[in-house]
Design a protein around this ligand. Structure first.
Ligand code: HEM
Length: 411
């Protein structure tokens, strides 16, 4: 059932053509090789919705294996010494922990992200968004193109998560470059240059947060870093590396994908003018439109899981120690679940897309992301009714984190 893949050579996450439009190759994978060995990374690529969904919930797999075995026991080399600052940071956030540590970390942080807590942020998010859209309108008032990503898509989620954590305004410009450099490690086989950048950013970001957390322990404020630095939940506390790992995870996860859903989402609307018209006319709601935009062009294309006990998928045995690569972007286009899956249908219901994952690592920030995206699209539609594309955008290099370099628009 590994099948043969008509377009095997075309599955090339390092090629700009594939990054620009991976969806035809995904269709081939789903049809002909739903469990496919990608020799260049040694991973098992899984492309159907039912399989991706099931494996995300299957406790025989994990984001990490270090809670049950050493690298050597799993048949892997330990990471190179010089990458240690990155891995320390990464391995101390909840995303790369498994129970019981994951349960403990997620419980400590989750209170800040319940739908009710997030709803309390709504007025602040609305007024901040109004300000950004005013700046966009000013910048484009003479008819010149303005970059929607730099003016609205990026500043909004960065400001929201920085505000929640209590990062002083003067330091916020540091966050995006650190985050971008660290996230370079989440692409498949990052280059030596990308690794060096990630290590440098990890060291700087860690030093910065250690100092900030120490300050907040002395003088706690009304922010999440203070809360995490002083939290004691049923006798439980975050260690220093966990505190830093958690803050970096929240800062990075808290904006990378949201920026890209805004950029990719508007780009999708410009390419589908009749759907944009339905949205502008109020025929479909912003809430359902956002879910469909996240399905149709998935912002985080691939997540990996380690196999902790042998599994079998469509008759293929995948042994302990191997890795599966779950194609979220492909699962979201599976016609077994989404009728007419390649069509953008902003009113699609139901819409069980997998963009926020499933199982124990399901996105903690989903209510916050939905608030930010809803506010941003609603405000843009209302205040910039003539928004148009000024030039064809270019995709950034990465395949896993799918986003545009810039999106030049006129207002
Ligand atoms: C549209 C925007 C977003 C998308 C598409 C998204 C997607 C995801 C996905 C797919 C995962 C799980 C990865 C896996 O299963 O391996 C995840 C986890 C996570 N996300 Fe988001 N995310 C978004 C926004 C946010 C925001 C705004 C926050 C806020 C802080 C956030 C915080 C987190 C955290 C903390 C985790 C780890 C959860 C855990 O391991 O239990 N995300 N996100």
């Amino acid at each position: 059932m590994t099948g043969s893949l008509a377009s095997a050579p075309a599955f090339d996450p390092w090629s700009p053509e594939f990054v620009a439009w991976p969806y035809d190759v995904f269709a081939d994978l789903r049809e002909n090789a739903p469990v496919w060995r990608f020799e260049r990374t040694g991973q098992w690529v899984i492309s159907r919705h039912a399989d991706v969904d099931a494996l995300l919930r299957d406790r025989r797999l994990g984001r990490s294996y270090l809670h049950v075995a050493t690298h050597e026991e799993m048949g892997h080399e330990p990471p190179a010494d010089h990458l240690e600052p990155f891995w320390t940071l990464n391995n101390n956030g909840m995303l790369d922990r498994e129970p019981p540590d994951h349960t403990r970390l997620r419980r400590l942080v989750s209170k800040a992200f319940t739908p009710r807590t997030v709803e309390r942020l709504a007025p602040w998010v609305r007024s901040y968004t109004e300000g950004l859209v005013s700046q966009l309108l000013d910048a484009g008032s003479d008819g010149s193109p303005v970059d929607l990503i730099q003016t609205v898509a990026e500043p909004l989620p960065v400001a929201v998560i920085a505000e929640m954590l209590g990062i002083p305004e003067a330091d916020r410009h540091l966050l995006r470059p650190w985050s971008a450099d660290i996230c370079g490690m989440y692409e498949l086989r990052p280059s030596a240059q990308a690794q060096d950048k990630a290590v440098r950013a990890s060291i700087e970001f860690t030093d910065y947060l250690v100092a900030l957390a120490a300050e907040r322990r002395q003088n706690p404020g009304d922010d999440l870093i203070s809360a995490l630095a002083t939290v004691v939940d049923a006798g439980d506390q975050l260690t220093d590396p966990e505190l830093v790992g958690t803050c970096v995870l929240l800062l990075n996860a808290g904006h990378e994908a949201t920026v890209n859903v805004t950029g990719n989402g508007w780009w999708a609307l410009f390419r589908n003018p009749s759907e944009l018209a339905r949205l502008r006319d109020g025929e479909v709601g912003v809430g359902s439109a956002i879910e469909e935009l996240m399905r149709w062009d998935t912002p985080l294309q691939l997540f990996e899981r380690w196999v902790l006990e042998d599994i079998e998928v469509h008759g293929v045995r995948i042994p302990r120690g191997d890795e599966v690569a779950l194609l979220f972007g492909s699962a979201n286009r599976d016609s077994a679940v989404f009728p007419d899956a390649s069509r953008l249908d902003l009113g699609r219901t139901p819409n069980p897309h997998i963009s926020f994952s499933a199982g124990i690592h399901y996105c903690l920030g989903a209510p916050l992301a939905r608030l930010e995206l809803g506010t941003s699209f609603e405000t843009m539609l209302r205040r910039v009714p003539g928004l148009s594309l000024a030039e064809e955008p270019r995709w950034k290099g990465g395949f896993v984190i799918r986003g545009l370099d810039a999106l030049q628009v006129t207002v």
